[in-house]
Design a binder for this molecule. Structure first.
Ligand code: KIV
Length: 259
């Protein structure tokens, strides 16, 4: 039985921290689910880490659905959340509902994630009214990178607190806080009834989320060190490079034996 949005909200009252990771493929989703992850996000970060693009903006609804179908088929225990890609929320409630409905019809996802603050509250309320659970996403908003002019730590306390409150009032079951100062994240966590899940937002959130490729070091050779907010738990780039070199040597030297 999978975790539900309601159960994730209750974790806050019970004082249980929420562990969340992104994932985009079947094996990864099976491994993380078996390891006991609480929430899996099919994030539009797949545009960056899976497709090698510089922003999340090019990710299409068809692409998100392709990955969400694979991931949600793999998962037995975790809650599966799927990003609503650009620009369905930006287009208004009916486009957002249509996109989320496709995600729900074509995958076994449990909830969608919506980027934005006060300006998205009515859309979040409309999605929830349509029976679609929503995780909010405030702070740094990668879908608005051209508007904000880059990827910066968010420091506008009053705006951010008004945003998270509006999203909670609209009915979101949890709120992801991206690249917010630890002081603002702590304050938001204290004033909200629903859990906050931070990335680059300090240690005081109700949960933490990281991107699969960052946390396991599955990154291209040119990525020399992880982003500042990332704690890397494995170094797959080095492991794969060494294994690949051993395999290539064995084949080149006619030394490839199946044991
Ligand atoms: O798409 C994504 O991976 C995200 C991260 C901030 C977790 O939203």
């Amino acid at each position: 039985m999978r975790l539900t949005p309601l159960k994730i909200s209750e974790y806050k009252r019970e004082g249980r921290k929420i562990a969340m990771l992104t994932v985009y493929d079947y094996a990864g989703a099976r491994i993380l689910d078996e390891a006991g992850i609480d929430v899996l996000l099919v994030g539009d970060s797949l545009g960056n880490v899976f497709q090698g693009k510089s922003t999340t903006l090019p990710v299409t609804l068809d692409e998100i659905i392709y990955h969400a179908e694979i991931v949600s088929r793999a998962v037995c225990n975790a809650l599966v959340v799927v990003d609503l890609p650009f620009p369905y929320c930006q287009l208004g409630s009916s486009d957002a509902i249509r996109a989320a409905a496709r995600i729900f019809k074509e995958t076994e996802a449990d909830a969608v994630k919506v980027e934005g603050g006060k300006n998205r509250a009515s859309i979040i309320a409309a999605l929830i009214d349509a029976g679609i659970p929503v995780m909010g996403h405030c702070g740094l908003l990668p879908q608005s990178v051209h508007q904000s002019g880059g990827f910066f730590i968010q420091r506008q306390r009053d705006n951010l607190l008004a945003d998270v409150k509006a999203i909670e009032d609209a009915g979101a079951f949890a709120i992801l806080l991206e690249c917010v100062t630890s002081e603002i994240a702590k304050e938001a966590t204290e004033i909200l009834k629903v859990p906050t899940i931070g990335i680059g937002a300090g240690k005081d959130c109700d949960g933490q989320v990281l991107v699969f490729h960052d946390v396991f070091g599955y990154v291209p050779p040119e990525n020399k060190r992880p982003p500042k907010h990332v704690r890397q738990y494995a170094d797959l780039k080095t492991i794969i490079t060494e294994a690949a070199k051993n395999y290539i040597n064995d084949v080149h030297n006619a030394n490839f034996i199946i044991k």
